[in-house]
Design a protein around this ligand. Structure first.
Ligand code: NAP
Length: 246
């Protein structure tokens, strides 16, 4: 019997991360994910994955600490014996206009979105290099491509994710390990719930589909880039955005 593949997803307790966990479970992968504080939500993600007939493990870990990231990869190996897929999904926003954006707002967003993805890729690629196989999918954002008012910190972090994706894709290509990014547009989750109706309406006008996406739209794209059928694709950025970044 073929050994089940093992996927590690950051920020899997809710939103897009949860949809990714469930989608990869549906594809037959064992799933390990981390959360920061949402223990009950994490337990629900575990249940949803198990309902797809696979094993799942939730680990409390803060991706802005490199030691937590190393430990998360270690726990994944103890749980599943291997690491086939890493999805860097955990991300935060601290929006404000530049004039009002504090050093703390900048640091918090860079620490999670940029450094967290870096630490996870460094820890995971050591394992994947030894295995001589693996797939990394980073969740960026159309904001990292287009920029956005009030999101200098977030745009910088998500543009950095694209730069890191392309760099690591080059570093790992000789071992056939792929590294790609997904740039979601406006997806309905807790992150977008915070927006005012006026702000939402303005964004909808800028989306050719005139509609928000669902977390499952992003999860389906992740499943493709984490699966066998995308074997010759690396260093790419796939927008899942209803045409927003055309
Ligand atoms: P969300 O609903 O706010 O969920 C964020 C997830 O990240 C939660 O599981 C949270 O854990 C976890 N997390 C936050 N800080 C963390 C930390 N320091 N260490 C570990 N985990 C942490 O966000 P979302 O809307 O699903 O977004 C997911 C990703 O997609 C993010 O990278 C975001 O930037 C990106 N994205 C979202 C949209 C959108 O429209 N929603 C658009 C473009 C890109 P807890 O539950 O424990 O807090």
């Amino acid at each position: 019997m073929m050994e089940k593949k093992v996927a590690l997803v950051t920020g899997g307790s809710r939103g897009i991360g949860r949809a990714i966990c469930v989608r990869l479970a549906k594809a037959g992968m064992q799933v390990v994910f981390n959360y920061q504080s949402g223990e009950e939500a994490a337990a629900e993600t575990v249940r949803l994955c198990q309902a797809e007939g696979v094993e799942a493990l939730a680990v409390k870990a803060d991706v802005s600490h490199s030691a937590d990231c190393d430990a998360l990869v270690q726990k994944t190996l103890e749980f599943g014996g291997r690491l086939d897929v890493l999805v860097n999904n955990a991300g935060i926003t601290r929006d404000n206009l530049l004039m009002r954006m504090s050093d703390e707002d900048l640091d918090a967003v860079l620490n999670v979105n940029l450094k967290g993805s870096f630490y996870m890729m460094r820890a995971a690629s050591k394992v994947m290099l030894k295995q001589r196989s693996g797939k990394i999918v980073n969740i960026s954002s159309v904001v990292g491509i287009l920029g956005n008012v009030g999101q200098m910190n977030y745009a910088a972090s998500k543009a950095a994710v694209i730069g890191m994706t392309k760099s690591l894709a080059r570093e790992l290509a000789s071992r056939k390990i792929t590294v790609n990014a997904i740039a979601p547009g406006m997806i309905e989750t807790a992150m977008t719930e915070k927006m005012t109706e006026k702000a939402k309406e303005a964004v909808l006008q800028a989306i050719p589909f005139h509609a928000m996406g669902a977390a499952e739209d992003v999860a389906n794209a992740v499943a493709f880039l984490a699966g066998e059928e995308s074997g010759y694709i690396t260093g790419q950025v796939l927008c899942v955005d209803g045409g927003m970044a055309i």
